[in-house]
Design a protein around this ligand. Sequence first.
Ligand SMILES: C[S@@+](CC[C@H](N)C(=O)[O-])C[C@H]1O[C@@H](n2cnc3c(N)ncnc32)[C@H](O)[C@@H]1O
Length: 209
Amino acid sequence: MVEISDEERNVLLNLKFDDYVETMRDYAKEHNVPIIQDEGLAFLKAIVKLYKPKRILEIGCAIGYSSSMMSIYSDAEVYTIERDPIMYEQACKNIKALGLENKVHIIFKDALEITNELDGLDFDMIFIDAAKGQYTKFFQKFTTQLKDKGIVVTDNMLFHGFLDAEIHSRNLRQLVGKLKKYHEFLLTNPDYDTSIYNLGDGMALSIKK
Ligand SMILES: C[S@@+](CC[C@H](N)C(=O)[O-])C[C@H]1O[C@@H](n2cnc3c(N)ncnc32)[C@H](O)[C@@H]1O
């Protein structure tokens, strides 16, 4: 049998991990699953490395891509919520394949219908990346469990440039209206310091005072 060093074993394990992550990205592309963009992910990575959260809550798991990445980059335990059965199934498969089932906990439910599933847990960080029309509701519902000095990161703040575009679809116009209200809600919230960054699809960082 060929002996390999711990360092070589880690390189091989990482290669397998990276390969698997690549298959998740391919799946997302093929099935039009809107996973976080590279720039947004780099931002998320910097945030979790800097803040070192112990427990993260994510709203909008999809296939488990950003939740896996956050758990890897931070050593945090991640709770993530998903309401779509196909996404949930994929996420469970992926989290298991990556060996993260003890660190990433997926809750199969509409986030706004969560009752006692997160009882007794408080969070250092909340990542909001689900239905854009409900961002204010997500923020209000889940920040009750955010620790002091905790942070909220919100994706899609710039919504592919639609915020300043002339929009003909009524539904899209309504959605953009809700997102604009969320901007205002964050920027005028006296309990948080919020900055909005023009990277990826627009990321907001809100720090609880
Ligand atoms: C943009 S994707 C999430 C991408 C994921 N965070 C990533 O970057 O890998 C949004 C996901 O949120 C889910 N979602 C939307 N509204 C939700 C809600 N109210 N409760 C739970 N999941 C929701 C959708 O089914 C979809 O899979």
